[in-house]
Each structure stands twice: as C-alpha cells, then as structure tokens.
Ligand binder design. Structure first.
Ligand code: NAD
Length: 476
C-alpha cells in the first residue's frame, strides 16, 4: 500500500469512441441472445472471478490494505451471490409477463416483455470496487446489453485487474472496461448511452444526470449520504453495539450504507459506548494499528479530510470516547467514537465515510425523527429496538432507501430486495429483479385475437355509437 496518490491511467477519446461504435453495432446480436447463452456468460464470469480470487485479494490489499477475508465477504460473495440469483431467475425475467386486460378491450391479451436497453455505461466507485463494478455488470448482462465500464481511478491495482478479467472474458464489442478518472468519465458521459448506472457521491451523481439529460438516457444513481441508526431504550445493547461496530469499522468505515451517526436513548448511552469499546477491542485488539483485520483509508486526501473532521470537532469541544489517533505514513485512523459534537461541525454536515462513529443521545423519539427529516433522505436507516410501537413510529414518519431492524448493512446481501436510495441518496434500484429491470425496457404489448368493441366505434359517430361509449365509461 502506498500513501502516494497513484491513479489508474486514462483511456484515449479515440479508443472510447471506437469501442462505443463497435458496441452499438453489435447490440442487436447481444440483445437477441437466449436464456442459455446469457447463463453461460454469467457462469464464465463466476468461474473467472473465482480463478482470480487470490489476485483480487492481493490487488485490494495493495490498494488499501483490505483483509482477504473481508475481500471474500464484501467483494467476492456479493457478486457470486448476484450471479447465482440471476441464473436462477433469468428464465422468468426474460419471459412474457402476462397482465390483465380490461373488459373494454375484450378479445385481446396483454403482456410485458423486458427488452435490453441497448448499450449501457457502468461507472463505479473505489470503496467496493469489485462488488460495485461486477454486481451491476451481472444485471446488465442478464438483461442483454452491451456494456462499457469505468471503475474508479483511486483503486488502480483493482482497476487494472478487473480490466484483465474483462478482456479475458469478453470481446470489446460486448463488454469493455476503460480505465481512468474524470477525463475518461467525461468523454464517456458525452456519448449517447441508452442507460447509465452510476455508483458514487451525490455531487457527481448530479453531473451524471445532467450529462444523461442531453441524450435522454435513463439513469440509475446509487449515491451516498448520512445513514442514521437509532437505538431506543428497549434495544438489546450488546447485540446493537456488536453489529454497529462491525458495520462501522468494516472496510475502515468507507461504506456507503454504514451508520453515519448513532442516536442512542439517554438511559443506554454509557452502556452502548462501553460495549462498542469492548467489541472494537475484540475485533481489532487494543491496538488496531497492528491488527491485520483492520484496513486503511484509501489515500492521503481522504485521510486528511477525516483527520480534519476529528480535529475540528475536538477543537470545538467534542469528546473522543475511543480512538482518535492517526498515522499519516499508513493512512491509519484508529476506530473512533466521538460525542458532544457541536452542531455546525463538518462531521455533522457531511457524509463521514471513515472509521468515526458520532454518538448522540436522545430522550424523545420525535426529536430524532425531526432531526432525520431535517436532512436529505438517507440511503439506509437502522433501528435497534424491541418495541413494535417505536419501530412503527420511526418507519412511518421517516423516508429512506432501505434499512434493517436490529441489524445494519446486511440488507445489501439479499438480492430479493431492491437496493438503492431515494432522491439525494439515489434514483432507481439495483440487485436481482430490480437490477435486471434497471437495464431493461418494459415493453408493454397488446395482442388482438378477435374483433374488438373499438371496431364498432369508428367514425362517423352517431347516437348508437355514443350509447356504447357511455356504457363503457359507466361500467368498464
Ligand atoms: P465519486 O462520486 O467521487 O466517484 C465515483 C465515480 O465517478 C468514479 O468512477 C469517478 O472516477 C467518477 N467521477 C468522479 N468525478 C467525476 C466527474 N467530475 N465527472 C464524471 N465522473 C466523475 O465517489 P467515490 O469517492 O468513488 O465513492 C464514494 C461515494 O460513493 C460516497 O458518497 C458513497 O456513499 C457513494 N457510494 C454509494 C453506494 C451505493 O450503492 N449507493 C456504494 C458505494 C459508494
């Protein structure tokens, strides 16, 4: 791992345009592939990811010292799970979906056929580079698209390896991975893709949506934000602390859907903080710096940002309950718990995206609801409670992309659930059926079998025809 900013190389404009044209020309062929052919492609992707598992682990270690087991759990498993789920369901997804036809259209039947959108673009972030690149790719392939992919430039080892995997598996006119940062991304976004699946920050999500508007390309925006966790007085604190500590320090806190901040009932505050400390020690020992299970911040820019968040909050009177130590040479920030954070500090204002857990106390759930609703809608909202009343009150008075009750983060792993945000935390959903639909056009079809009522209602209109129209309005 290097603390220098090493970035993936840019791809030339000429090469990007060339690949795009090839993919456009080849789209019909790919779009007309059968269930068996798409399953075979997914199987090959599956086998190749497993073949490259040691190299994927190594690349992520090089990029930000991610532990191999965490790579397996959060990069490999979500993709292999997505592939298995797609293979199990693709026949159904690609089939005709018959729907009801109203009596007024008697003599016809109706169905939806999901057809590929065409040539699509996937832009992915650095925090789970394999998961968030190959995950959407599975859905795009299942839906029958040609695909251009641009992973993040910030994790260059993983980006180069994914390019190698894609090049080994696919012809350029079907799936191609182009490396690069803003310049490559900007060139790609100038092209008339049929769909853009973007995962990243809300700020760049707006850039993507503005570019898509020029071609009226549809978008799926998987964005981030500040996801809250609420622990009420009825919660099992041991369970809550263990699960939240896992979700917060996983991937060194660089997780879009982790608890950005925690609200705990005043009566449980001290017990919660004490128990989080206990579990952090258990997971990462008393010195997380030496513990291999604990990763690093991806680069010096993000390290400085997080260090400044902590420093600023402490200067303004915040209290460090755990951690708060750094090593710039390794982009290391200790697992940190912080309280008494002033209202206008950056920790409160911005998505943290690092191993810092702000803990706030409350006495009345309505205060918490008010605070959450004063912010943008989050990607996830987590509740730790044994009170049905409190759970209902929170769920019915807040809005979020998704979430868990008595856990955090793991709803991501269920491919039967649509995954994504709402407004500032995202537009559209991915995973499983939702991912397949994101990359498909729902073509609504009506087939006429025998003459229908409309055949008797053609111009010129007269009083008899008007009577039939009146009956239709009244009864059908
Ligand atoms: P980012 O928005 O900076 O970058 C994402 C991608 O956009 C990268 O490939 C990058 O090269 C590209 N990009 C950056 N600037 C661009 C520009 N000006 N024009 C065009 N493309 C540009 O995000 P990031 O730092 O890689 O990832 C962190 C963010 O992603 C966080 O906000 C996090 O919450 C979010 N995220 C969301 C999800 C989700 O599933 N909802 C998952 C992971 C991360």
């Amino acid at each position: 791992m290097s603390t220098q900013l090493v970035l993936a190389p840019e791809t030339s404009t000429r090469q990007i345009h060339q690949i795009f044209e090839l993919q456009k020309q080849h789209q019909r062929v790919i779009g007309n592939t059968t269930v068996a052919q798409r399953k075979e492609k997914l199987s090959k992707l599956h086998q190749t990811i497993l073949k490259y598992r040691p190299q994927i682990r190594e690349a992520l270690y090089q990029d930000y010292r991610k532990h191999p087991s965490e790579v397996d759990l959060t990069e490999i498993y979500p993709v292999t799970g997505e592939i298995k789920h797609a293979k199990r369901n693709i026949r159904e997804w690609m089939g005709k979906h018959h729907v009801q036809t109203p009596l007024a259209l008697l003599g016809s039947s109706s169905y939806i056929k999901y057809e590929p959108k065409g040539t699509v673009l996937i832009i992915s972030p650095w925090n789970f580079p394999v998961n968030l690149t190959f995950g959407p790719l599975v859905s795009a392939i299942a839906a029958g698209n040609t695909v251009m992919i641009k992973p993040s430039e910030i994790t260059p080892h993983t980006s180069a390896l994914m390019k190698q995997i894609i090049t080994e598996l696919f012809r350029e006119d079907e799936v191609a991975l182009v490396e690069g940062g803003v310049s490559t991304s900007t060139t790609l976004l100038s092209l008339p893709f049929n769909h853009i699946f973007f995962t990243g920050s809300p700020k760049i999500g707006k850039v993507v949506m503005a570019a898509a508007a020029k071609h009226l390309a549809s978008v799926t925006l998987e964005l981030g934000g500040k996801s809250p966790t609420i622990i009420d007085q009825s919660a099992n604190i041991k369970v809550a602390a263990r699960r939240i500590a896992w979700g917060k320090y996983l991937n060194n806190g660089q997780v879009c859907l982790t608890s950005d901040y925690v609200f705990v009932h005043k009566s449980k505050r001290d017990e919660f903080i004490k128990t989080v400390k206990h579990f952090v020690n258990q997971f990462y020992s008393a010195n997380a710096y030496e513990e291999k299970s604990y990763g690093r911040i991806v680069n010096s820019r993000h390290f400085d940002r997080l260090k400044n968040y902590i420093k600023e909050a402490v200067d303004q009177g915040a209290q460090i309950e755990l951690g708060g130590t750094f090593d710039k040479n390794e982009n290391y920030i200790a697992p940190t718990v912080i309280t008494n954070i002033p209202k206008d500090s950056n920790i409160r204002k911005h998505e943290i995206f690092g191993p810092i857990m702000p803990v706030y106390e409350f006495t009345d759930i309505d205060e918490v609801i008010q605070e959450i609703n004063s912010r943008e809608k989050p990607l996830a909202l987590y509740i730790f409670s044994r009170s049905k009343k409190n759970i209902h009150q929170i769920l019915s008075n807040t809005r979020a992309g998704g979430g868990c009750i008595n856990h955090n983060v793991i709803h991501f792993f269920n491919n039967a659930l649509p995954f994504g945000g709402t407004n500032n935390s995202g537009i559209g959903k991915g995973h499983g059926d939702a991912g397949f639909k994101a990359f498909s056009n729902a073509r609504g079809m009506l087939k006429q079998h025998v003459p229908n009522v409309l055949d008797f209602l053609l111009p010129p209109y007269n009083s008899f025809k008007q009577k039939i129209i009146d009956l239709a309005i009244k009864y059908f």
